[in-house]
Ligand binder design. Structure first.
Ligand code: ZN
Ligand code: MN
Length: 256
């Protein structure tokens, strides 16, 4: 069996893997952010890495070490910065870190990179990091980069099955059914289903305030109900996500 974890490979084995021009390096990116009383602070990073590890064997992929910190938590999608443990990066730091890692991969001949994010707020800073890396590598670089948020690969039918009463949307799905079910599937020992908070009532106005109005955010840090989360739903979603990410990677990166 091929080793998937980059940090477990010797340089000799890594160099050997990169001789395959179809080799893909997956870079998981998460956050250290409150996820209610029932999920660990590392949820976004743990899930991004778990998805990357699930996908890797299907594309002969190599999983780079996870970026375990992310951009600042926003009240309407992550609860905000006021929760102890939500330990975040400035946008420029995340962009610079992403740029440095991708440019280093390119320097050693990696042609295909997939940035796998598990934290909503990271998006534009990852885009910036990718853009800066491409500028550093120059127009002659053969590197192609895919950026994705894993939850976007959930099929409509899967979401209907997981949310029979209607889907609240990905922004409010913080520490709720999707993440809790996925954690029950991948890391059951890290989930405290006995600590599930009461269902929150969130009704955010269509604007933001700085400093943040912390009273807009449920004190539990959970933005919609996590009731109904099960390991079985987690397995269904994880299968759906990994199958469809593998298809996208093969489609973009694996030719000939
Ligand atoms: Zn999360
Ligand atoms: Mn997050």
């Amino acid at each position: 069996m091929q080793m998937e974890m980059m940090d477990h490979l010797s340089w000799v084995a890594y160099e050997e893997r990169l001789r395959d021009p179809n080799a893909i390096v997956l870079l998981p990116v998460g956050a250290l952010e409150q996820h209610g009383p029932h999920l660990p602070l590392g949820t976004d990073a743990l899930l991004a890495a778990a998805v990357a590890r699930t996908v890797a064997p299907g594309v002969n992929g190599i999983v780079a070490p996870t970026i375990n910190y992310g951009y600042k938590s926003q009240p309407k999608c992550g609860g905000g910065q006021h929760f102890p443990g939500t330990t975040s990066l400035d946008g420029a730091t995340l962009s610079a870190l992403t740029c440095d890692i991708i440019a280093e991969l390119g320097r050693h001949g990696v042609r295909n990179v997939a940035v796998v994010s598990g934290h909503y707020e990271n998006q534009w800073f990852l885009v910036e990091g990718i853009d800066l890396a491409r500028r550093r590598l120059g127009p002659a670089s053969p590197m192609r980069i895919m950026r994705l948020e894993y939850w976007d690969f959930l099929a409509e039918a899967t979401l209907k099955g997981v949310f029979p009463d209607g889907f609240p949307g990905f922004a409010l799905e913080h520490a709720a059914v999707i993440e809790t079910s996925m954690m029950l599937h991948y890391f059951p020992e890290l989930v405290g289903m006995d600590k599930l908070p009461p269902d929150p009532l969130v009704d955010f106005p269509p604007y933001d305030m700085y400093p943040a109005h912390t009273h807009w955010v449920p004190s539990s840090g959970v933005l919609s109900s996590a009731r109904g989360a099960t390991a079985e739903k987690g397995r269904l979603m994880a299968d759906d996500i990994s199958t469809r990410i593998i298809a996208a990677l093969r489609n973009e990166f694996m030719h000939g």
